[in-house]
Design a protein. Sequence first.
Length: 154
Amino acid sequence: MAKVAAPMTQEFRAEARFQRTSPQKAKLVLDLIKGQRVEQALNTVHFSTKRIAPVVEKVLRSAIQNATYLSQEQGLDVDVDNLYVKTAVANEGPRMKRIRPAPMGRAYRYQRRLAHIIVTVAEKKAAGVASETETAPAKPAARKAAKKGAAKKA
């Protein structure tokens, strides 16, 4: 069976680096919008009560603008209404080391964490298009049974 290369879907990304929040807190908002359509993701982020939500909304809007700009520049046929959030990650940035006064003249060190927020949007494929690579392979249990049967016969 020859593998048919599926047409590559164009991805558009935007990132906000060195944001003053921990990646763990940013991931709480990003997990809400992963896999959603762009319009629904914007509504979700807009009405979120987290402090980092406006930054995530700004990055998402930037990714959408990147999609429209690049589609015009490269002559691609990108439908903005058909975009969805493919990936949304918060990576750890550099840590700022700080010192807090402690009892008896001592000092406690703590770290202020920074996050790099990356949002990638892509166009949803048409539902009716199916390729040979998407067909399900044979079930693993059936393959194992066939191997055992072949081994016993030999």
